[in-house]
Design a protein around this ligand. Structure first.
Ligand code: ATP
Length: 321
């Protein structure tokens, strides 16, 4: 985050926050507290939300763009929770107007809510000229949700714990993706619940050895990312949540097949789904796959995106002299 030294007052600040795809998502057995340990490789994508914060007499949030109608416009909005958490840290009142312009699909497994939380943190820290470092911001972010630290961080990272403990992963070049957005969202808790159900229904599942395997670091994938070769990365895409997402939305099988038939190198359900992400050889390949997928009628809409994208950053401020 940049620390501004302008001798003017900003009335509003806009931050841009990336979406994510999990190139690898290993999910450990359900813990006693109901959560799951993860080992995941995130890549931030160019598909983003813009979050504008402005001084106001009271807290408010408005949402427009992709899926806006299904995003809460009250205190349960993750951007509002982020603003309140930062206000608490800074001992401020938290009277801000938050305006979210969404492009990231809602409940799409691309961490859109987390992006909005990260955007609110970064934009407000700039608006209030807070002397807060990345580490403190990341701690507040982790308290808001396990994907929020990565939305701040961006690029490509290995996530452990519940995904909030991050380590940068070397990734060379640019990767080109096609995203197939589904008609209906999937609730993340429902997908984890389905995974537990599927695992429980298989006898002898999740012995200690098996559990360790689930949480093994994907070294081969990390080497492939360092090589920058999408042909090497594609066969290593892996998502433990995919069978659960497919079980809840069986039509996603058709979507995944259609992307491969259209020429993608690999396809995967993104996080808890239902967005399907297809890795392509290059930008032209992605445009061709997107065109074919659109024609196949297997998705509500189809987008191209590239990664790795930068972490959440300030786009600009409206200044009052
Ligand atoms: P993840 O991949 O992190 O599990 P997701 O991308 O599948 O999440 P989100 O778009 O983050 O899902 O939304 C999940 C739910 O969170 C939505 O159904 C919505 O009710 C709620 N929510 C709260 N704040 C927001 C926000 N700012 N944007 C989107 N959804 C929000």
């Amino acid at each position: 985050m940049s620390r501004t030294s302008l001798s003017v007052v900003s009335d509003s600040v806009t931050a841009r926050a990336p979406s994510k795809v999990n190139l690898h998502l290993g999910v450990g057995p359900r813990r006693d507290d109901g959560y799951h340990d993860l080992v995941t490789v995130f890549q931030a994508l160019s598909l983003h939300d813009d979050i504008r914060v402005a001084r106001a007499n009271e807290m408010s949030v408005t949402v427009r763009g992709e899926g806006a109608a299904s995003v809460p416009a009250d205190d349960s909005n993750l951007a509002v929770r982020a603003a309140l958490a930062l206000a608490d840290w800074a001992d401020r009142s938290g009277k801000v107007a938050i305006d979210i312009d969404k492009t990231i699909p809602v409940a799409g497994g691309m961490a859109g809510g987390s992006a909005d939380a990260a955007g609110a943190l970064v934009a407000l820290a700039a608006l209030w000229k807070l002397d807060i470092g990345r580490d403190d911001l990341a701690t507040i972010a982790a308290g808001l949700g396990s994907d929020v630290p990565f939305a701040l961080h961006g690029n490509t990272a290995l996530g452990t714990g519940r995904g909030e403990r991050l380590m940068q992963v070397l990734s060379r070049g640019e990767f080109h993706w096609v995203l197939a957005l589904a008609r209906d969202g999937l609730s993340t808790p429902a997908v984890y619940h389905e995974l537990d159900r599927l695992r429980d229904s298989r006898s002898g599942e999740c012995a200690d050895d098996a559990a360790r395997d689930l949480l093994r670091r994907p070294d081969e994938l990390m080497q492939a990312l360092a090589s920058g070769d999408p042909h090497a990365v594609a066969p290593l895409l892996h998502n433990d949540l995919q069978p659960a997402a497919l079980s809840l939305q069986p039509t996603l099988r058709r979507t995944l097949r259609a992307g491969i038939d259209a020429g993608a190198l690999g396809g995967i359900v993104s996080g808890s789904g239902p967005t399907c992400a297809f890795l392509c050889a290059d930008e032209t390949g992605a445009v061709n796959v997107a065109a074919e997928l659109s024609g196949a009628g297997v998705a509500r809409s189809v987008r191209t995106a590239s990664g790795p994208a930068a972490g959440t950053r300030v786009l600009g401020a409206d200044l009052r002299h």
